[in-house]
Design a protein around this ligand. Structure first.
Ligand code: MG
Length: 176
């Protein structure tokens, strides 16, 4: 029987992107972004408007993506998912071209069981065809034609209307 396909986002799903912004804010701005990042529906893109030009340079800094932590239990659960499903990693990396090399290396380092053929760097995600999409942003889930799964992140806690998974243990319970 043909395996069902799962598409999995990277930032704030596999990798702790919000945590990386927090870390950079403390080191480069001496400000704690936590309060801002923990405000529902407010992501780094809207935190500290006066610092946005600087914040946006971080994403283009070498090492920004490379240094992200893996979110808890992601490695174990994704590895188990690959036994039962066809798993693709789908990341909108085109906006930040430097990120692509780092993201690929990060995947090889932390998820070595994901073959490069199953990693997709893209712009829009609405053309992605899969049975499930695990993502933290509504813009990616909204037009998805399979089962969208909203992965909880501080910026989406108020978002309604999607099946929500709060962490990788909940993904495990739902799909394995
Ligand atoms: Mg994301």
């Amino acid at each position: 029987m043909k395996k069902q396909r799962i598409a999995i986002d990277m930032d704030d799903v596999l990798a702790d992107a919000n945590g990386r912004f927090r870390e950079y804010a403390i080191n480069h701005l001496s400000v704690d972004l936590s309060a801002s990042l923990d405000t529902p529906n407010l992501s780094w893109e809207h935190a500290f408007p006066e610092h946005q030009p600087l914040i946006r340079t971080w994403i283009r800094n070498e090492g920004f993506f490379a240094g992200m932590q893996v979110l808890p239990d992601a490695q174990e659960v994704v590895e188990r998912l690959t036994h039962r499903y066809e798993v693709f990693i789908v990341s909108a990396a085109m906006e930040f071209p430097l990120s692509m090399k780092e993201k690929l290396e990060w995947m090889n380092q932390h998820f070595p069981f994901i073959d490069w053929r199953f990693i997709v760097f893209c712009g829009h995600k609405y053309m992605i065809k899969a049975d499930y999409l695990i993502d933290d942003h509504e813009k990616n889930l909204k037009y998805f034609e399979g089962h969208p799964l909203l992965f909880s992140a501080s910026h989406n806690l108020d978002l309604q209307g999607y099946t929500r998974v709060n962490n990788w243990r909940e993904v495990e319970a739902m799909l394995l």
